[in-house]
Design a protein around this ligand. Structure first.
Ligand code: SAH
Length: 357
């Protein structure tokens, strides 16, 4: 058993079985041994690769999207650009460089990063070099004095999920217990009041109240202060009645309950549920649209062609491969989708226009 497994086993001994939500939260962000707390998981030698790490084109187009939304709102002064879960800081660096290249002026935003991992904060500090950045543990400490542009790529999937299993007596929560030094799933002895649709016995349902509360906090800021949000993540059409809780280690799926803190844990994001929560608070939700459709609408092909002009043969091949990975259905083009939030009454942002039928 690793050190985190011992800590979790002691907690289960003391307090009883954990929810999947608590198990996932501890595995990812335990202050001493958590997955994100202790490592940089990205890239070929790591566990997984995210879109900003696939190619600079991703962050560049998102930067131009943010800038155009800000222009569409009348270019308000004192706008805060906030990234949630910025990883290595790559998206933010690419976005700012694209904005500054296109406008030939410093990006007109105050920069904020919401990041729980001290290890990744250090990476972000290096990536963003000379820029003035304020780090936050959560959204509560963000300033209240101006519009807020939020961007979150593969952040919501890392916020913990709860799981339920359908039984003849209704839904029961799936819990994690420890037996003979190994973690295993069990069902709560008590029925749950969760509002999932009915499903055949044995099916798994997912619900992520932590994601809803982050979404509500973002929507409240946009409703009160102005701004926008762009949220990109992987999803699953079968949600909420599907088991999407996954562990990824060295680019392969791994046992979800084994070796806590050593694999990336995530689950698919239920976008309609998030959008509904935001709309209830009084902002407009646009999309979701697929990542492939969004990047194509924002001009990724032209950007790729431009980058290829000064590239070696090897770089040309890498750019083509990156383009395909980001937009094709065999890559991330369809499994990943984007949702935009804007104040009510503002026109749909670039890439989210609904075409007349
Ligand atoms: N957006 C980056 C990284 C995605 S990984 C990219 O696309 O490459 C998830 C990121 O969210 C990591 O930076 C992780 O440390 C951070 N994170 C996860 N849970 C968090 C939480 N509850 N609060 C703040 N940051 C969190």
């Amino acid at each position: 058993m690793n050190a985190l497994a011992k800590k979790l086993a002691a907690r289960i001994d003391r307090d009883g079985p954990l929810s999947i939500e608590d198990f996932m939260a501890v595995c990812l962000l335990d202050p001493e041994h958590g997955y994100y707390t202790t490592r940089d998981p990205f890239g070929a030698p790591g566990d997984f690769i995210t879109a900003p790490e696939v190619s600079q084109m991703f962050g560049e187009l998102i930067g131009l999207w943010l800038w155009s939304v800000w222009q569409g709102a009348g270019a308000p002064e004192n706008t805060h650009l906030v990234e949630l879960g910025p990883g290595r800081g790559t998206l933010m660096a690419d976005a700012l460089r694209a904005i500054e290249g296109a406008t030939r002026q410093n990006a007109p935003f105050c920069l904020h990063l919401v990041e729980a991992s001290p290890t990744l904060r250090q990476h972000q500090r290096v990536t963003l070099g000379q820029r003035t950045v304020t780090w936050h543990d959560d959204l509560d400490s963000l300033p209240v004095d101006g519009p807020v542009l939020f961007v979150a790529n593969e952040f919501f999937d890392a916020l913990p999920v709860r799981q339920y299993v359908a039984t003849p007596q209704g839904w029961r929560e799936r819990l994690v217990t420890c037996r003979d030094g190994a973690f295993e799933a069990m069902l709560s002895p008590d029925p749950s009041m969760i509002g999932l649709p009915q499903a055949p016995t044995g099916r798994v349902g997912e619900d992520a109240p932590v994601r809803l509360s982050v979404m509500a906090a973002m929507a409240e800021r946009i409703a009160q202060q102005g701004g926008a949000a762009l949220i990109i993540d992987f999803t699953d059409k079968a949600l909420p009645i599907v088991d999407t809780f996954q562990a990824v280690r060295a680019h392969q799926f791994a046992d979800r309950l084994a070796d806590p803190g050593e694999a990336d844990l995530a689950s698919a994001v239920d976008f309609p549920v998030l959008a509904e929560a935001a709309v209830k608070i009084g902002v407009a939700a646009h999309g979701p649209v697929s990542q492939g459709a969004l990047l194509t609408a924002l001009g990724i092909e032209a950007r790729c062609t431009a980058l290829k002009r000064n590239a070696s043969l090897e770089q040309v091949a890498a750019l083509d491969a990156a383009l395909s990975r980001l937009v094709s259905p065999q890559g991330m083009g369809e499994d990943f989708v984007a949702l935009a939030l804007l104040p009510v009454g503002q026109p749909a942002p670039a890439g989210f226009e609904v075409l007349p039928t």
